[in-house]
Design a protein around this ligand. Structure first.
Ligand SMILES: *Cc1c(COP(=O)(O)O)cnc(C)c1O
Length: 397
């Protein structure tokens, strides 16, 4: 060990390498802005397309590449980039591929902030936003200006499962880039890069890792996955030039939660089905929405694509019109186990209320009139959750 003349220097340059050959359950955690090059040859010989040519924190560390590789594998893709939130992953795709004069197609039930972001681009950059009905592939009418279509399966509030196969086929024929928000399926309910072994695939998936991969309701992150190297390079350049990066600590937390993601997903799906079974018999609701429920719009498309039989832990109800906003607020405020908050995928069940009239552009004949409440199922026992809803409904009598 070299010593210097001053403790000030020794404290910084003391040997600090962990032994190389220790095997642990979790991989070691790297935190980096600076990455040290061994020699100038390492500095000058690196190439931006080689992801493992570590050069600077924003371009990734073994910690971020480990998680990225795992997410790509879970979703059936090859390349993955991480972003600080699901919405920033969405934004990355839009800014990498849309140019002024392009048309972008979005489902009427799209994740709201994506539409808001696109409308902002529309106003400032002359990008035209076109809305289609996810359960009617005929409503998607691509033109030669159409660049990209956003798909979401299922829609995260009204839970329609889209006519994915026909929408993707149509987009491919028209040379339109297909991007799926894969947060609901989480790579577990179906493989977006190979639908039911038909070799029909989307080009890109976006995933709010904030939800099931994090599983804690405490970490924000997003991912963009593709199988196509050229698309990946385009995304990677935008990722690098915009300085999009994630914290090593957050990444390690999500990596740790991945181990039990499929078990949590399965339990949360099962609990949602138990709730669905009970909710559909309650007289206060005019409609119960869940892709595995035959009365729900898009159920046949779910059957077609989700051959695993899996569905996430979300279920929505539409209250009969006689329940006004005051009643719905009273219902939400009376819940005890269900907490009022956005997001899903964590241990605590959540509830959120929506007025669809303010959220949809198209006429949705498959949705009844009335205020909507979405339940996001956590890891509590489903019987306790049902009891909680039952108690809150009694407050409305
Ligand atoms: C939550 C969510 C997002 C955005 O993720 P954030 O990490 O919260 O920004 C995107 N799409 C869907 C479907 C989501 O549920």
């Amino acid at each position: 060990m070299t010593t210097h003349n001053h403790a000030q220097t020794d404290l910084i340059h003391a040997p600090r390498q962990a032994p190389q050959y220790i095997e642990t359950i979790q991989p070691p955690l790297f935190r980096a802005s600076t990455i040290i090059f061994k020699t100038t040859a390492h500095l000058f010989d690196r190439h931006w397309t080689d992801p493992y040519d570590y050069s600077y924190g924003t371009h990734g560390t073994p910690t971020t590449f480990t998680l990225a590789d795992n997410i790509a594998q879970i979703e059936g893709g090859k390349y993955c980039l991480l972003a600080p939130s699901g919405l920033s992953a969405i934004n990355l795709v839009n800014s990498a591929f849309l140019s002024s004069g392009d048309e972008v197609w979005v489902a009427d039930n799209i994740y709201g902030p994506n539409l808001e972001h696109l409308k902002n681009l529309q106003d400032r950059y002359g990008i035209q936003v076109k809305i289609y009905n996810p359960i009617d592939a005929n409503s998607f009418q691509p033109t030669e200006k159409s660049k990209l279509i956003w798909l979401e399966a299922a829609g995260s509030v009204t839970l329609e499962f889209p006519d994915l196969k026909n929408l993707v086929r149509k987009a491919q024929q028209a040379n339109v880039l297909t991007v799926l928000d894969n947060t609901w399926g989480a790579g577990l309910a179906f493989n977006a890069f190979d639908f039911s072994d038909e070799h029909l695939a989307v080009d890109i998936t976006v995933h709010a890792l904030t939800k099931y991969p994090s599983g804690g309701g405490d970490i924000l992150m997003g991912s963009v996955v593709t199988c196509d190297q050229q698309l990946h390079h385009k995304l990677y350049r935008m990722h690098a030039t915009q300085g999009i990066s994630v914290s090593g600590d957050d990444t390690a937390q999500i990596q740790r939660s991945l181990a039990h993601m499929s078990l949590r997903y399965e339990q949360q799906s099962k609990s949602a089905l138990a709730l669905l079974d009970w909710l559909k018999h309650q007289p206060q609701f005019t409609q119960v929405l869940h892709p595995a429920y035959p009365d729900s719009a898009g159920h046949s498309f779910w059957t077609e694509v989700c051959t695993t039989g899996k569905s996430a832990g979300l279920v929505s109800v539409i209250f009969k019109p006689e329940f006004d906003i005051t009643a719905i607020r009273k219902f939400c405020d009376s819940l005890n186990l269900f907490k009022l908050g956005f997001s899903w995928g964590g241990p605590v069940s959540l509830v959120m209320l929506y007025d669809l009239k303010q959220m949809r552009e198209l006429e949705n004949t498959h949705l009844q009139q009335g205020l909507l409440v979405r339940f996001c199922i956590g890891l509590e026992h489903p019987q306790d959750l049902i009891q909680d809803i039952q108690n809150a409904l009694k407050q409305l009598e």
